[in-house]
Write a protein that binds this ligand. Structure first.
Ligand SMILES: [Fe+2]
Ligand SMILES: [Fe+2]
Length: 279
């Protein structure tokens, strides 16, 4: 930490083995380049088939520097993760899922002597309409965190731009940043709102570029054309990219000083690396 400022790097949805490989290969140099104190990663698609996450993948992401892993609609895709969610707070599920589902949607980590709060909520527009209100869930989580810290970052996992932007304006001045995930496409609308909350509609993804949100495109096009079932598979062929943001946060006020997008492109990844084999 320097000059009462903490720097946090947030990575968008990592898709399958290519997403994990990009994180392993590039996160260390990103951390050095931007002088980063802490890292938040969305891990809902990190399993080999792009659906869910396992305890071994959580360990992998943490080994390479993730402090907190957020998620979204795919969080319960792998049964192995249920017990992990019930017993750990470094992997979040959306806070507006039923309280009876495993896991929590709010947590903290401490870096450079600063406590950072993280909130994960999921949108309802064009998604699961029966989830409880993400605005009220986020508001409750912020009230819970405020006695501990002003530095609070919200991952709003949602489809609709309006719902993400609405949450940012709703929480403006109460949190350091609201950023979107889930669409896997990085948007160019990053800014700091009037009362000091940084905002971007979607921070992007990690995985194959010549794909549809990280999946092989032919099966998806077939499905769109025919409305017939087709098997969606993670695209393994390069080139690859990984997107996210870097936040500078005033540790006294919790207000954002800067929000900056990053994008890394790589032509080649060694996907036969034994560490990338899923357990
Ligand atoms: Fe995703
Ligand atoms: Fe998602």
């Amino acid at each position: 930490m320097r000059d009462n400022c903490v720097k946090i790097l947030c990575v968008g949805d990592l898709m399958g083995t290519p997403g994990r490989a990009m994180f392993k290969k590039h996160i260390r140099s990103l951390k050095e380049k931007y002088n980063i104190d802490g890292i938040i990663v969305n891990g809902e698609n990190t399993a080999h088939d792009g659906r869910g996450i396992t305890p071994a993948i959580v360990d992998f992401l943490k080994r390479y520097g993730a402090n907190i892993i957020t998620s979204g609609n795919h969080i319960f895709s792998k049964r192995d993760i249920y017990n992990y969610l019930s017993t750990h707070k470094d992997l979040l599920r959306p806070a507006n899922f039923p309280a009876s589902s495993p896991g929590v949607g709010v947590s903290t980590f401490t870096v450079a002597g600063v406590t950072v709060g993280v909130v994960n909520v999921q949108g309802r527009v064009f998604m699961r309409e029966l989830l409880s209100c993400p605005f009220k869930a986020a508001e409750s989580a912020v009230m819970f965190l405020k006695p501990q810290t002003n530095c609070i970052i919200v991952d709003m996992h949602a489809e609709a731009t309006s719902e993400k932007m609405g949450l940012a304006y709703f929480l403006d001045g109460q949190v350091s940043c609201v950023y979107g995930t889930h669409t896997h496409v990085q948007t160019a609308d990053e800014r700091i709102l009037a009362a000091g909350t940084a905002y971007i509609t979607d921070i992007g993804m990690g995985g194959a570029i010549d794909s549809m949100i990280g999946m092989k495109r032919h099966a998806i096009i077939h499905n769109l054309l025919t409305q017939m079932p087709s098997k969606f598979e993670v695209e393994l062929e390069g080139p690859y990219h990984m997107h996210g943001i870097v936040l500078s946060i005033d540790t006294k006020t919790g207000k954002a000083r800067t929000i900056e997008r990053f994008k890394v492109i790589d032509e080649y990844l060694d996907l036969s690396d034994p560490e990338l084999k899923e357990k």
